[in-house]
Design a protein around this ligand. Structure first.
Ligand code: SAM
Length: 251
């Protein structure tokens, strides 16, 4: 059985998977050039590792996870650094396209996870987990489930980098309405307007609450900073976390 979010991403992936991943107004209606699209992934990953180096947080280059991989824009770039990369997504259509266009990258495995569960990787298995513009599309409670699961999936010493929206800026009456309307009313409105299976939903999770969640996990938050991942309407943050190693004398 699929859930609402899975239905939405199936719809979006079938309509235009590349635009659904990078919603640039210049590239609507299947107009993304594949080379330009995948180049954005190379540039993104290049800057991620430059920043990790400045934080003395470069991971071992063994196993990595690209969570919410879409068509593999970042998975492909990660595969050039890591021995093996899993690209995990809940959308079968995204994964079909990811496999089609990344067949030459033999160290990538694409796998479908359940919408509310990280069931594609084992615990203590990964040197690096990366996830951007993914958690923002699921409710806060689900984001929390995945962030905790990421912490479990890391090897001791492994690095997690993810992005999430902290809050919506209120500049217009529409923004105010989006903030004050309770989620059940928004859901009903989507059904009434026929958008329940087509919307690209945006969800926030306050930066301070994420910091508090991470403090309950066996990880150290190395850094977090505001980013521009979701444009001017939202305050967005990137988090870099390292899983603690057991003390040398621990059994
Ligand atoms: C905007 S795209 C980003 C893709 C990729 N991270 C990138 O930057 O190229 C969001 C992706 O997250 C996936 N996604 C959303 N919720 C998910 C969930 N619960 N589990 C796995 N993937 C999810 C969607 O199917 C979609 O492919």
């Amino acid at each position: 059985m699929t859930d609402r979010f899975q239905n939405q991403w199936e719809y979006l992936a079938k309509k235009d998977a590349y635009w659904a991943v990078l919603t640039d107004d210049n590239y609507t209606s299947n107009r993304w050039d594949q080379e330009a699209f995948f180049n954005t992934g190379e540039q993104q990953i290049e800057s991620v590792f430059a920043r990790l180096e400045t934080l003395s947080a470069t991971p071992d280059y063994g196993a990595a996870l690209d969570f919410g991989c879409g068509v593999g824009r970042l998975t492909r770039a990660l595969s050039k650094r890591f021995k093996h990369v899993v690209g995990s997504d809940m959308s079968a259509s995204m994964l079909t396209e990811a496999k089609r266009v990344n067949g030459d990258f033999k160290n990538i495995t694409f796998a479908q996870n359940s919408p509310g569960k990280l069931d594609t990787v084992s615990e203590d298995a990964l040197d690096f987990i990366y996830s951007i513009i993914v958690l923002q599309h699921m409710p806060k409670q689900r984001q929390a489930v995945f962030i905790r699961a990421f912490c479990r999936a890391l090897k001791p010493g492994g690095i997690l980098q993810f992005q999430a929206l902290s809050h919506r800026h209120i500049n217009t009456a529409r923004d105010l309405l989006a903030v004050i309307t309770p989620e059940p009313i928004k859901s009903t409105w989507r059904i009434i307007t026929g958008k329940a299976h087509t919307d690209m939903e945006m969800h926030t999770f306050r930066q301070q609450e994420i910091v508090e969640l991470l403090a309950q996990e066996p990880v150290d938050l190395l850094a977090h900073w505001p980013d521009h991942a979701a444009g001017p309407r939202f305050s967005s943050y990137t988090y870099v976390v390292r899983k603690r190693r057991a003390p040398p004398n621990a059994h």
